[in-house]
Design a protein around this ligand. Structure first.
Ligand SMILES: [Cu+2]
Length: 244
């Protein structure tokens, strides 16, 4: 377990996210990125490695099985929310070499209001991305955030409508609904494209990166943060298994 560090899960400021501090884009395929990275660094596209592995979490539990925890009412999870699900994690590297590619303007990740919950509960985007907030419910919601990373208030809008917010600054954004105090979601804004989400079995693979030293970070809204240093070799991939 040496080399691991854990931090409180709900901090607004995430060490590591701001380290690169540059805007870039999401949604590129791995091959495209590898070529772009190689061109940028003057290296061959063959000289890129993938950091991959498995993230393990303790058994997840439905929020309804848990006692409400102290704190603001708006931070209580919605009914049906699963606490500690591995798929709510985000895995990224603290920094990438060179200047990150700017975000694709056409990329609009979505954070929906559906059945009085935010779907997905956790959204990772690259700085510069616009996020759509469509309302699929036959009732009004009022999406807002007071996080220092991005404050916004979308007001009330009906089913079938959507509003968008552009996130320029890396960091964590806690999202709530002003009408339903149990609705909560998290947007993790990252300064580059090198992030991913684990599959239901915990397996993950980051986009290809040039050889060199990296710090892999796993972040989870319920479980906090794990950091691990790794070397991407000149040939082959790096395997980093992580466990909360
Ligand atoms: Cu609502």
């Amino acid at each position: 377990m040496s080399g691991e560090a854990r931090a409180p899960p709900r901090g607004e400021a995430l060490a590591g996210i701001r380290e690169a501090g540059m805007a870039a884009t999401n949604g590129w395929g791995r091959a495209t990125w590898a070529l772009a990275t190689a061109a940028m660094l003057g290296t061959s596209a063959a000289h890129a490695g993938v950091i991959r592995g498995t993230l393990e979490v303790p058994s997840a539990a439905p929020a309804s099985d848990l006692h409400p925890y102290p704190g603001r009412a708006g931070s209580m999870p919605s009914a049906g929310t699963v606490i500690g699900a591995v798929t709510d994690a985000v895995i990224y590297v603290a920094r990438v070499p060179g200047t990150p590619t700017p975000a694709h303007e056409g990329d609009h990740p979505s954070l929906a209001q559906r059945q009085q919950s935010f779907v997905p509960r956790v959204l990772a985007v690259q700085a510069g991305s616009s996020v759509d907030f469509p309302n699929f419910d036959p009732i009004f919601h009022n999406v807002f955030s007071v996080s220092p990373t991005k404050r916004f208030d979308l007001g009330k809008y009906a089913r079938g409508h959507t509003r968008s917010v552009r996130f320029l600054k890396p960091g964590l954004v806690n999202v709530y609904c002003d009408i339903h105090s149990d609705m909560a979601a998290y947007i993790l804004v990252l300064p580059h494209h090198a992030f991913t989400r684990p599959a239901a079995n915990g397996r993950y693979a980051l986009p290809a990166l040039p050889p060199g030293p990296y710090t892999v970070v796993a972040w989870h809204p319920d479980l906090g943060e794990i950091r691990r240093d790794v070397q991407v070799p000149a040939q082959g991939d790096a395997v980093v298994d992580l466990r909360y």
